[in-house]
Design a protein around this ligand. Structure first.
Ligand code: IPE
Ligand code: IPE
Ligand code: MG
Length: 262
């Protein structure tokens, strides 16, 4: 496994997204109730946040609760919402000390009011921090986000504030719940599942995908460093040919790396 010493500090991804999966399996394989897997998963969140701070990642976004997760048994949903409140209390002071700014996006109005209030308080408390932007996707799904953006844009068109011909990539992004997050360069999913499960569909168009069998509660910062090491071994081409990518610049955003062609 790679340590952070093996990483090229010039090519650390600016934004890492994580689908934190496998809490239930971690617990049931030990004969424990599923919620205990979620509780243990909080330690892995701390590892990921601190790992990102250590190597200088600017944005970390984790999928904490999906729109579809509301359909789980009520007892599990309630346990997850209580865990959110409890974790905000236990984790935010250290995050604040480490220069971490906490944000959240998703259908936040659908959260229980206690969770929403605690979240707002934590966001307010950490909003001046600049070392790492840590984002929780909560009651979130990418199709929900895209539909909401389309609805908002349609309202602006109807109100005469926007012409259909003005609708661009940027306009769509600016109306999305995750705005102004940049696209992630790297998406990690734990637990061996190789699917996106309705996370950041628009934003991951050119993201490098990394799947690991490690269950989320077992995830340590060394696993994060290993994912970044694998990212650094890849050549990102953005639809171009190998020859168009200049030397080592190939892992930087495409615009900076394209050779001028006639
Ligand atoms: C991820 O772990 C946490 C959430 C989806 C909230 P799971 O609860 O999905 O764990 P598995 O996939 O059942 O093992
Ligand atoms: C995705 O995991 C959602 C989160 C990690 C919050 P799920 O466990 O809900 O995804 P599926 O059901 O396996 O696709
Ligand atoms: Mg799962």
């Amino acid at each position: 496994m790679s340590g952070k010493e093996a990483l090229d500090p010039e090519r650390i991804p600016r934004h890492i997204a994580i689908i934190m999966d496998g809490n239930g399996r971690w617990a049931t394989s030990r004969g424990l109730k599923r919620y205990l897997g979620h509780n243990k998963g909080v330690e892995a969140v701390r590892e990921a946040v601190e790992g990102c701070v250590e190597i200088g990642v600017s944005y970390l976004t984790v999928f904490a609760f999906s729109t579809e997760n509301w359909q789980r048994p009520k007892s599990e949903v309630d346990a997850l919402m209580s865990l959110l409140v409890k974790s905000l209390h236990s984790e935010v002071p250290t995050m604040d000390r480490n220069g971490v700014r906490l944000s959240a996006f998703g259908d936040l109005d659908s959260l229980p009011s206690r969770a929403r209030k605690n979240l707002e308080k934590a966001m307010e408390q950490t909003r001046h921090n600049q070392r790492l932007n840590f984002n929780l996707a909560l009651s979130y799904s990418a199709r929900w986000e895209i539909l909401e953006a389309v609805r908002k844009i349609a309202e602006k068109v109807e109100a005469g504030m926007l012409r259909p011909s003005d609708i661009s990539d940027d306009i769509l992004r600016q109306n999305m719940a995750s705005w102004p997050l940049p696209d992630p360069e790297l998406l990690i999913r734990t637990s061996g599942e190789q699917r996106i499960s309705n996370f950041l569909l628009w934003q991951i168009a050119y993201t490098e995908l990394y799947f690991t069998p490690v269950l989320w509660p077992d995830f340590k910062r060394t696993h994060l460093f290993e994912a970044v090491a694998e990212f650094q071994r890849r050549q990102r081409r953005f639809g171009l040919t190998d020859e168009q990518i200049v030397g080592q610049a190939h892992l930087k955003p495409a615009r900076a790396a394209i050779k001028k062609t006639d």
